[in-house]
Write a protein that binds this ligand. Structure first.
Ligand SMILES: *[C@@H]1O[C@H](CO)[C@@H](O)[C@H](O)[C@H]1NC(C)=O
Length: 129
């Protein structure tokens, strides 16, 4: 290959990597962690579960419009704070009212059911970082 073509290819690769970083690609969906545990509270047959949704990205990106999927469905015996977790009408659940979650921080919500609900991250918009 001609040296000028190699230079051109390198420049194109470099530019596309900058674009990817600019669009928040350094903080992909895999950097959203969902953990939950029982709080120790019970009501009849149901346990209170607290779910922590963490922006675990090691770069200083914000995750906004974070959505979770509950493939086996979701129910709660008591209401869940809708500013923390609510159905978005598209089959997933919106976290934190869509507001940004800074890197290294978590948003939590609690629900009441007789067993834990399986959640996984279904979407987010990461800021540039
Ligand atoms: C849950 O979130 C609230 C509001 O941000 C915070 O004050 C509280 O400490 C969190 N609870 C836990 C156990 O992390």
């Amino acid at each position: 290959m001609a040296p000028s073509l190699i230079k051109l290819l390198c420049a194109a690769l470099f530019a596309s990597s900058l674009l990817l970083q600019g669009s928040g690609a350094r903080c992909g969906l895999s950097t959203i962690r969902v953990n939950q545990q029982t709080t120790g509270e019970r009501s009849g047959l149901d346990y209170e579960f607290r779910v922590d949704v963490t922006n675990a990205c090691s770069f200083a990106c914000f995750h906004s419009n974070v959505r979770l999927h509950a493939p086996a469905g979701f129910m709660s015996q008591k209401p869940v704070n809708p500013k923390r977790f609510r159905p978005d009408g598209a089959g997933t659940f919106l976290i934190n009212d869509g507001n940004p979650i800074p890197a290294g921080t978590a948003v939590n919500f609690t629900y009441w059911w007789d067993h834990a609900t399986y959640f996984f991250p279904a979407g987010s918009q990461a800021s540039a970082c």
